[in-house]
Design a protein around this ligand. Structure first.
Ligand code: AMP
Length: 300
């Protein structure tokens, strides 16, 4: 199945206790596409400025990502600057420069309007809604967001959540969105808005899935070396949705397996800065780590 993603394509400047990068290729759509491209065909809709290095678009194409939906607009590319302390679950934002995103309206290439799976990655929820207006008959719609949009565009975000099948969020963002400490309360509130499934990403503590009748808890992979957690959420989404697209099965059992593939891809992503690690991932490593996940969470 084809996956269409709309989200940010960014130049990220990041500092962690283990190093720093300046204006590296990033953004929610970028991390998602690199991850999902290991499983299925992905088309990205987004915008960059005239300052965006051509080598980054070439890199996405090399990863097998269809960039026909990428607009190059006059102006500067979206930029995000942030840092992490030793608690790598918490990103500190220093600056968010929307730049070309301020005037952007997504236009889907005709070939992608019929994509079976739509991923509304972290971006202005009004743009997420504009994408939904252009798709013809998707079989699965998934969304993600972040505190920036919960704080600034809550009403539009409510409308997005009403229209999706699966909603992904970080645990802290779910608490903020639902104004409650309890993740179970948050899940119930979000499920009552429309989605059939909600998944809370908990960084180094794994992920939780809720439906109206079940609850699944996935572990995280105990990594020895982490360099940069930026994009972990998006690469989780890439592995999760990529696996669903590849297997064409949206049953609850398969959603559980897909959550583990999401966790596998997130665990690779954090081993390098930006897209470094996913760029040099070998396919057999994915299966190998999936089996390790199985082993660390098995008990009789
Ligand atoms: P995550 O997977 O949550 O770590 O997402 C990291 C990516 O989100 C970075 O590569 C940033 O460029 C991007 N980002 C940061 N702030 C925003 C925002 N307000 N809207 C869209 N993307 C963002």
């Amino acid at each position: 199945m084809k996956i269409l993603v709309v989200g940010s394509v960014a130049l990220d400047s990041i500092e962690t206790p283990f190093g720093k990068v300046d204006e590296a290729l990033g953004g929610s759509a970028t991390h998602f596409s690199c991850s999902a491209s290991y499983f299925s065909k992905v088309g990205v809709v987004g915008v960059v400025g005239t300052d965006f290095p051509a080598r980054h678009l070439e890199f996405l194409t090399k990863m097998g990502v269809d960039t026909d939906g990428m607009e190059v607009a006059s102006g500067r590319t979206f930029r995000w600057r942030g840092y992490y302390e030793f608690d790598l679950n918490h990103a500190h934002t220093l600056a968010t420069e929307l730049n070309v995103f301020e005037k952007f309206h997504p236009k889907l290439p005709p070939d992608w309007c019929d994509a079976e799976i739509i991923f509304l990655a972290n971006i202005d929820p009004e743009l997420q809604l504009e994408v939904l207006e252009q798709v013809t008959n998707p079989k699965l719609v998934v969304c993600d967001t972040m505190n920036f949009w919960i704080a600034n565009k809550k009403e539009a975000l409510n409308k997005v959540i009403e229209k999706v099948d699966i909603c992904l969020m970080n645990d802290s963002e779910a608490r903020e969105y639902c104004q409650t400490y309890s993740l179970l309360d948050s899940a119930n509130k979000m499920l009552s808005q429309g989605p059939k499934t909600v998944i809370f990403k908990k960084g180094e503590h794994g992920a939780l899935m809720f439906t109206d009748s079940t609850h699944f808890s996935a572990p995280a992979y105990p990594l020895e070396e982490i360099k940069d957690p930026t994009g972990a959420g998006d690469s989780f989404a890439g592995g999760f949705i990529g696996y669903l697209a590849k297997t064409e099965d949206f049953s609850e059992q398969n959603i559980r397996r897909a959550i583990i593939y999401g966790s596998v891809m997130a665990s690779f992503n954090v081993e390098g800065f930006g897209t470094d690690r996913l760029a040099r991932l070998e396919v057999p490593e994915i299966g190998q780590r999936y089996l390790e996940f199985k082993e660390i969470s098995r008990f009789e």
